[in-house]
Design a protein around this ligand. Sequence first.
Ligand SMILES: Cc1ncc(COP(=O)(O)O)c(C=O)c1O
Length: 386
Amino acid sequence: MTDIIHAIDISAPTISDEPRRITQVRPWLGEAEIDAVIDVMRDGWITEGRHAQAFCEKLNGLIGSTHGVLAPNGTLALALGLMALGIGPGDEVLVPDTTFIGSATAVLMVGAAPVFVDVEDQTFQIDMGRAGQHLSPRTRAIMPVHLFGTACDMTAVLEFARRHKLAVIEDAAQGIGVTFGNHHVGSLGDVGCFSFFADKTITTGEGGYVACRDPAVHERLRLLRNQGRLQRGSFIHEAVGYNFRMTDLQCAIGLAQLARLDMVISRKARLWRRYRDHLAGVPQVRVLGAAPHAGHVPFRCVLMAQNVRALMAHLEAAGVETRSFFYPMHRQPGLAAHAGAPPADDAAFPNATYGWDHGVCLPIHPTLSIAEVDVICAAIADFYGA
Ligand SMILES: Cc1ncc(COP(=O)(O)O)c(C=O)c1O
């Protein structure tokens, strides 16, 4: 048992002589998480219990929300939030064209249609200057997605939503620790939805959270997530609801992760600065950073790069796992038959298309070492002959 614990305790990354592949994602799990899981197992209460309650309280404190509920993952957190706000069949929801597909499929899951809006050319966040072009009498909501560890222009989103009487569902799946102005993302819309998948700033393996302010929305969230009842153990169901619960095992891991959030944020910031400084001398690449008025807890280190597919192949050959930029929603084969607006061509989404054509994601997980960042940057400089 002791050996296993040491084998996976990677709290202090080591430098070995063996060249090792630098993976895109490596969750930071240590003895605190193992102890937390063992504690729950010994306790015997493995469904949502005291750890779930403590996790929600800590999340509300961090996000600055008065209420919130857990969800099995970020996609279902978005679907739950949409349902609680009454979004359903016949409704349209504005969604950025650059995002993870879960933003769009959550809208489809509740029977509504995603309508895509191009993103800004510098930040790749939803372009509120273009959102108005996509309004229709069916538009009921907007889903700003806080991408790559920084934030959308929430001042513009909230003003637009107020003017057009739209609900705001913040997709903050990548946004733990990220601020817009003095606010944590996910606290400004009607609901804010988070993911705790293994590549996120804190992880519970799979998991999600829906934060909100309005007690009536909170009550609908509670009914919808627990089979239409507010009390566990009752077989009288006041409403139609489903099972969107997590486990206390996951929540205990989440509490251990939250305890080192500050350390994760400062490590990511240090790694990002190293990338920025090293790549400043490579004119063929641009390192994406914080959006205006927003904080930055880099989810990935995103570059806009010349000849990006060849660069990715070069990095793969050098033992560095890369990820592409998000494939634009308007091009997704699986969404073609579903999206609310008529099929659009790349010309209607120049920035999302540019991002796909030039973007590459580099690892920036908190157990990456500075030496590994240096290896990656050297491989990039080598590729461009810089
Ligand atoms: C922007 C965005 N939205 C939604 C999701 C979906 O979250 P999950 O994978 O937990 O369902 C993700 C996951 O990466 C995401 O990045």
